[in-house]
Design a protein around this ligand. Structure first.
Ligand code: 6PG
Length: 249
């Protein structure tokens, strides 16, 4: 795996981290649109991911972006019925998306457990992989301009958990994950291969309980132990952390 342009940026508090990440995201999307007309952004679930989206919602700079030309994806999703409050997409809608003038055809919601494939997790994962392929311009997935990732205290990113069978899968861009250690147990997740297509990968981590995993991830240690150690963008990889999460660096 190539390590390209890895940088750690520390912020003084979770609030500053969320606000700065929101500002950075708006600039990166505006830059992508200036260069290529459209932007592909992959969102994340989790606490700091949600705070970042809320900070985008309240930023005056949010109008710097043409939201009708932003493709939104999710690197992982909880396999629950559409609209379930535990779904990452539902939380993103509440925090930000409902307030934006989005074109529904560019909001690529991950499959829900009451969708076209019913509760067939593997079919749902394959459906999302097919949608990514359709926008990949010859590759399996789009070259995401920004792919945001929260990280668990165990070092998981998306729904790629330490020592979990989903980690080793490289036969598809999206996998169905069973027996997730973090509830709910069923999820769909990008694989490492899908994440590696992103131009920029941003890992966002807040709080002392993340400090040990941040240190292992930044050191690019054992990926099976710390999945966050194995994600890189083709152009840039940013670790965006608050002081508490940076404590072991
Ligand atoms: O579905 C999920 O649970 C998330 O996608 C997951 O990967 C999350 O981003 C991390 O667990 C960090 O979450 P916190 O910021 O809440 O710790």
């Amino acid at each position: 795996m190539t390590r390209s342009g890895v940088l750690v940026v520390r912020h003084t508090s979770p609030e500053v981290l969320a606000a700065a990440t929101a500002g950075r995201l708006l600039s990166a999307v505006a830059d992508a649109q200036a260069a290529r007309g459209i932007a592909h952004v992959s969102l994340t679930g989790g606490t700091i991911g949600g705070k970042t989206l809320a900070a985008v919602a309240s930023s005056p700079a949010r109008d710097a972006v043409d939201w009708t030309r932003v493709h939104l994806w999710w690197s992982d999703e909880r396999f629950l019925p559409a609209g379930d409050p535990e779904r990452n997409a539902t939380q993103a809608a509440d925090a930000l998306l409902d307030a934006l003038p989005l074109d529904p055809s560019t909001v690529h919601l991950p499959p829900a457990s009451d969708g076209a494939d019913g509760d067939d997790l593997d079919a749902a994962a394959a459906r999302y992989a097919a949608e990514l392929l359709a926008f990949g311009e010859g590759a399996e997935v789009p070259a995401f301009d920004v792919l945001l990732l929260g990280m668990g205290p165990d070092g998981h990113v998306a729904s790629l958990f330490p020592h979990h069978p989903g980690l080793a899968r490289d036969d598809s861009s999206v996998v169905g994950v069973r027996e997730s250690p973090k509830p709910p147990p069923l999820r769909v997740s990008f694989t490492f291969g899908a994440i590696a297509r992103a131009r920029q990968v941003w890992l966002v981590a807040s709080g002392a309980e993340k400090a040990a995993a941040v240190a292992r991830g930044v050191a690019a240690g054992d990926v099976a132990e710390t999945p966050a150690a194995g994600v890189f963008g083709t152009e840039r990889t940013l670790w965006l952390v608050d002081e508490a999460a940076a404590a072991d660096l």
